[in-house]
Design a protein around this ligand. Sequence first.
Ligand SMILES: NC(=O)c1ccc[n+]([C@@H]2O[C@H](COP(=O)([O-])OP(=O)(O)OC[C@H]3O[C@@H](n4cnc5c(N)ncnc54)[C@H](OP(=O)(O)O)[C@@H]3O)[C@@H](O)[C@H]2O)c1
Length: 289
Amino acid sequence: MLPHSALSKAAKALFWTNQRVSFSAMEGFHSKAKALMYDTSGEPEKVLKLQELDVGQPQEGQLLLRFLRAPINPSDINTIQGKYPIKHQLPSIPGHEGVAEVVALGNKVSGFSVGDRVVPIHPGQGTWRTGGVFNAKHFWRVPRDLPLEAAATLCINPTTALAMLERFVSLSPGDVVVQNGATSAVGQAVIQLAKAKGLQTVNIIRDRPNWAETEDWLKKLGADVVTTEEKLLESLSTCSFPNAFLVCEGDKQMFASLSSDLPPYPHHEGRVHAIIFFFHASFSPSFCK
Ligand SMILES: NC(=O)c1ccc[n+]([C@@H]2O[C@H](COP(=O)([O-])OP(=O)(O)OC[C@H]3O[C@@H](n4cnc5c(N)ncnc54)[C@H](OP(=O)(O)O)[C@@H]3O)[C@@H](O)[C@H]2O)c1
């Protein structure tokens, strides 16, 4: 994966303090678990503390889980900052997704066995911990041969990408999808899913010193065109956009200048949170090469 500024910033916040913890190093997990917790909203590096917790035994309908991997998503950071729509009672353990192994089952739990790998299907389970007891209804089994990193990042970004490609427009092979934030985890999933569907993608990224390496990576994932906002605007002075949906970060003004027909969209502090444009097959992506 490419180094993403948001993630590396978050990772720094979490891993480069004196509270270092590795979510994969959980040998020795029995009755105690370690968790990153916060009791007041704020910047992660300031409010997170590493705590030891009693785990307890799984009761009826519960699973005892040992977490194997848990990613850092923008929504995790926003949750800790208190800016995410889903609010938690404090103190709280962050982490919306991850992959865990079933260690023990409570009574009346069916569909799971000890050793199964599971992922949370409800947000806000608090996955930034080595283990704990959870409601079995909030987890799904995943194949054991799925790589841990893929399993741990299965539930949020690929599903968002798929929903954007399937639920808001009807696309056919040859149609063109233009997205910004193409280096993001969502953006990379969009590229791969679009390729599998026979769609073409135009991918807007920020200019950067390692442009060739980044372009090469996105093209290996299936990107047709990788460009910048500036180059796209130059090529598009005569085009208008029929449709839009939001994906990532960007300058609201830039998108407003592309079309006056954009539908209302959510944004944080004046920044567009995300945007994807859809074009039908008659529209060629070659204009912005
Ligand atoms: N269901 C949902 O609503 C849902 C689900 C998942 C994600 N999301 C949203 O989708 C977005 C991407 O999430 P992710 O996990 O895929 O993110 P990510 O992997 O952390 O990537 C962050 C992206 O933002 C770009 N970026 C950062 N600062 C920027 C700036 N100032 N101007 C332009 N681009 C900037 C980065 O580009 P560089 O490579 O140039 O640094 C990178 O492409 C987030 O806004 C997230 O909240 C929504």
